[in-house]
Design a protein around this ligand. Structure first.
Ligand code: UD1
Length: 426
């Protein structure tokens, strides 16, 4: 299995092109089956998770082609054509690799009237049930039961608009219900809906296909059902988690990096925090520039929460920064339980972190040292690469497949700004 080796000590300088957002692209792909017309998705990231979703959709009978961008910064374009749905079965082997596979449930129900989807796997970050998804689709009139680890869903006489309050503003549940409701009869009101930019991107894509959705980006999304949707061409929004990861990397290693294509408004909580700890964040006409001189970052407290608060998907990366900050910081994780698996790995590199319940107390140390570490989930693994940038000696991150799920050309992007990050192929 491939490994990533990081040699610490270099400051970063230059520019990094930001890819399309994984967490939007996957949902747009799933939603493309709502129409029998072809759909073109541009600015697609090249990731293992995108390949997993493509495999799943092809299993349903979707015709799918990719035009690859060659150089770094040239993105992929994907054409998806679900002229007809041959099968609505999402088998365990495909779904277990990636939880986002479950997002095909809403579109399949709306277009095909039935679906049989394995209960999902994905990152091992807490229990991550799908009860809210099921409650929301049942509220639209779907009949759902569990059978041998599968969710079996059917619709008799079509889905009907409803008012549904999403418990805990779940991203996945909001999106599954929204993608089903676009073809339901009448109006659906989603209260306490997810306000995440990727959810709004999915809604904008659906509107481009002829859906009638308002209130995107707010806690109340209103969907007026239409009879059918049509094909469209749509550019996936830039990845705010990839952007935030490279922003934190620059704050950690020091230097000056422009994140080309980044959207400022989707990362305000992070930028406020980075400024507080001593980093300059400036909007440029191509994206965002991050700058930190030689002064050590200052410790700061943060709690993750739903958008627009600080995202859980940047918690591990921010902890790597706080591990070398001047002072004590408290990092509270409110979205997922058990999302501190990076803590023992950072500790192997010399970080001083204590976890009590949902809060990690990080006492910054002056130096980290390189070590062999193990990636446990997507965001945790990249935090170890980040820590490696400022560690003495070499850090070797094992189980790199987690990184390949969510970070496009990670080593090339880091090399482009002068970091020594390389892949060791097994
Ligand atoms: C999505 C993102 C993930 C991000 C997360 C929170 C994708 C592919 N993934 O995940 O990167 O970390 O949003 O921003 O877009 N919950 C339930 N029952 C449910 C659904 C959720 O209890 O039916 C709980 C979860 O266990 C979790 C919380 O609600 O504690 C939020 O989860 P949710 O917003 O649904 O996250 P995902 O859509 O899985």
């Amino acid at each position: 299995m491939d490994k990533i080796r990081v040699r610490g000590g270099n400051r970063l300088k230059g520019e990094i092109p930001i890819s399309g957002a994984k967490n939007s692209a996957l949902k747009l792909m799933a939603a493309s089956i709502l129409t029998s017309d072809p759909v073109m998705l541009t600015n697609m990231p090249r990731l293992a998770d995108i390949g997993a979703m493509a495999d799943l959709l092809m299993q349903f009978g979707v015709n799918l082609n990719i035009r690859r961008g060659q150089a770094l910064g040239q993105t992929d374009t994907m054409r998806l054509h679900a002229e007809k749905i041959d099968s609505a079965l999402a088998p365990y082997d495909l779904v277990r690799k990636m939880r986002a596979s479950f997002q095909v449930l809403g579109p399949l129900l709306a277009r095909h009237g039935e679906a049989k989807i394995s209960l999902p796997g994905g990152c091992a970050i807490g229990a991550r049930p799908v009860d809210f998804h099921i409650q929301g689709l049942e509220a639209l009139g779907a009949k759902i039961h569990l059978e041998d680890g599968y969710v079996v869903a059917t619709v008799n006489g079509g889905l009907k608009g409803t008012t549904f309050t999403v418990p805990r503003a779940s991203v996945g549940a909001t999106e599954n219900v929204m993608t089903a409701a676009v073809l339901a009869k009448g109006r659906t009101v989603l209260k306490n809906a997810a306000r995440e930019p990727e959810t709004a991107d999915l809604g904008a894509f659906l509107n481009a296909m002829g859906a009638k959705i308002t209130g995107l980006g707010t806690g109340e999304i209103v969907i007026d059902g239409v009879d059918s949707l049509h094909g469209t061409e749509y550019a996936v929004m830039p990845d705010r988690i990839e952007t935030g990861t490279y922003a934190i990397a620059t704050a950690l290693a020091g230097g000056e990096v422009e994140l080309v294509g980044a959207r400022v408004d989707s990362n305000n909580a992070l930028y406020r925090l980075l400024r507080n700890v001593g980093t300059e964040v400036t909007e440029t006409n191509r994206g965002v520039a991050i700058h930190r001189n030689g002064i050590r970052p200052i410790g700061a407290d943060v709690a993750t929460d739903v958008f627009p608060a600080f995202p859980t998907d940047l918690q591990a990366q921010f902890m790597a920064l706080m591990a070398v900050a001047d002072g004590v910081s408290h990092i509270k994780e409110t979205v997922f339980e058990n999302r501190f698996m990076h803590v023992p790995e950072l500790a192997r590199m010399g970080a001083n972190i204590k976890v009590h319940g949902d809060t990690a107390t990080v006492t910054g140390v002056e130096r980290l040292r390189g070590a062999q570490v193990m990636a446990t989930d997507l965001r945790a693994s990249v935090s170890l690469v980040l820590a490696g940038l400022v560690a003495d000696g070499d850090t070797v991150v094992n189980r790199v497949y987690h990184l390949d799920r969510g970070f496009e050309r990670l080593e090339e992007k880091f090399q482009g700004v002068g970091a020594e990050v390389e892949r060791i192929s097994a």
